[in-house]
Design a protein around this ligand. Structure first.
Ligand SMILES: NC(=O)c1ccc[n+]([C@@H]2O[C@H](COP(=O)([O-])OP(=O)(O)OC[C@H]3O[C@@H](n4cnc5c(N)ncnc54)[C@H](OP(=O)(O)O)[C@@H]3O)[C@@H](O)[C@H]2O)c1
Length: 244
């Protein structure tokens, strides 16, 4: 299959959580910056063309649960995918199989001081309404259709390669999306930046999470590639995924 190389890149607490109070204490600052610099900004280790992201991650960080304003009378849009004129920025590849996200515009900013502009690319399925596709076109937001009612991950990766010439894509959370690609054998490498902190919140999402109807708890194994220890006790671990 002709697809980009996929690396899953995440910042975690010592207990493997991907969000929570642990991120807000000064001792986690270095790990957050190191995590960002590996994949975003000027001198990156990973020179990827797109960041694959789950719907909860998008709503929590960028669209803030805003509902899209839809025109149910919008003229019928042409069939198939919509590729807006590329700007040269990285893509933010947003999994949104039902068409629920209320985007304001076709770009977003990620990061604080060295914020990088990313171009939104929505991933839909055939069940998404004409009104939602018209809403995206009106905002000049690219979209691809990958799957009938549920996400066809292989088709998506093939389209990222063929339509957007992507060779390297970051699988960037949350835990549900990460596990669906890993369990399907569609992730090549895992990159984990471990913060020297934890908060033990029982209900926080973990690096990998199952979701009923999507994935199960069949184990996957990994082979350690590298370990890097930073002065502030941050640890960077990279693994290859054995089922790919
Ligand atoms: N520490 C870090 O590096 C890091 C990075 C990213 C995110 N995060 C955090 O992670 C949290 C969210 O993680 P999460 O695991 O709860 O959610 P998530 O993976 O971001 O999103 C889950 C949702 O994405 C859609 N989805 C995922 N896999 C799918 C698949 N294979 N097919 C179809 N749809 C799929 C489904 O949405 P539908 O309901 O639309 O079907 C699913 O409910 C956020 O709070 C975010 O801030 C942390």
């Amino acid at each position: 299959m002709n697809r980009p190389y996929i690396f899953c890149h995440m910042q975690v607490s010592l207990d493997g959580k991907i969000i929570g109070k642990f991120m807000d204490i000064p001792e986690s600052k270095g790990s957050g910056e190191f995590f960002y610099d590996l994949a975003f900004g000027k001198e990156t280790h990973y020179k990827h063309q797109g960041w694959l992201s789950g719907r909860s991650t998008t709503n929590d960080n960028f669209t803030h649960y805003k509902k899209p304003e839809l025109d149910e009378q919008a003229p019928i849009v042409p069939e198939g995918d919509f590729v807006a004129e590329p700007t040269g920025n990285k893509y933010y590849i947003s999994i949104d199989t039902s068409g629920k996200l209320g985007w304001n515009q076709n770009t977003l900013q990620y990061g604080d001081t060295t914020a990088e502009v990313l171009e939104v690319l929505e991933v839909l399925t055939e069940k998404v309404s004409n009104a939602y596709k018209a809403f995206l076109r009106e905002k000049n937001i690219s979209y691809v259709i990958a799957g009938k009612d549920s996400l066809d991950m292989e088709l998506l990766l093939q389209k990222l390669k063929d339509l957007f010439q992507m060779d390297l894509v970051m699988l960037g959370g949350g835990g549900v999306l990460n596990w669906s690609f890993i369990q399907a054998g569609l992730c090549d490498e895992v990159s984990i930046v471990v913060a020297p902190a934890a908060d033990a919140a029982a209900d926080s999402p973990a690096l990998f999470d199952t979701k009923e109807g999507l994935t199960d708890d069949t184990p996957v194994s990994f082979t350690l590639k590298n370990v890097e220890i930073k002065e502030d006790s941050t640890v960077w671990l990279t693994y290859s995924v054995n089922n790919r």
